[in-house]
Design a protein around this ligand. Structure first.
Ligand SMILES: [Zn+2]
Length: 72
């Protein structure tokens, strides 16, 4: 059984993470990504659905790739 992914706190995410350029979980630049369950935030009284993306297949592999460089 796999543990459910805990939704990140949208208020703590950077602009890059909200735009899907960086992983919403660990902040690494995304080269291969997977969709996270969308989160809903209330902005100015309106519910806004936010699509979030994370490293594929796992954050750990992506961070190792980042250290070696994307060209390897
Ligand atoms: Zn990640």
């Amino acid at each position: 059984m796999t543990a459910a992914i805990e939704a990140p706190d949208v208020r703590r995410l950077t602009g890059d993470q909200l735009r899907g350029w960086a992983c919403a979980l660990c902040g690494v630049r995304l080269y291969e990504d997977r969709a996270l369950p969308p989160v809903t935030e209330v902005r100015h009284g309106l519910k806004v659905r936010i699509e979030l993306w994370a490293c594929a297949p796992t954050c750990l592999e992506a961070s190792q790739k980042e250290r070696r460089g994307p060209w390897l």
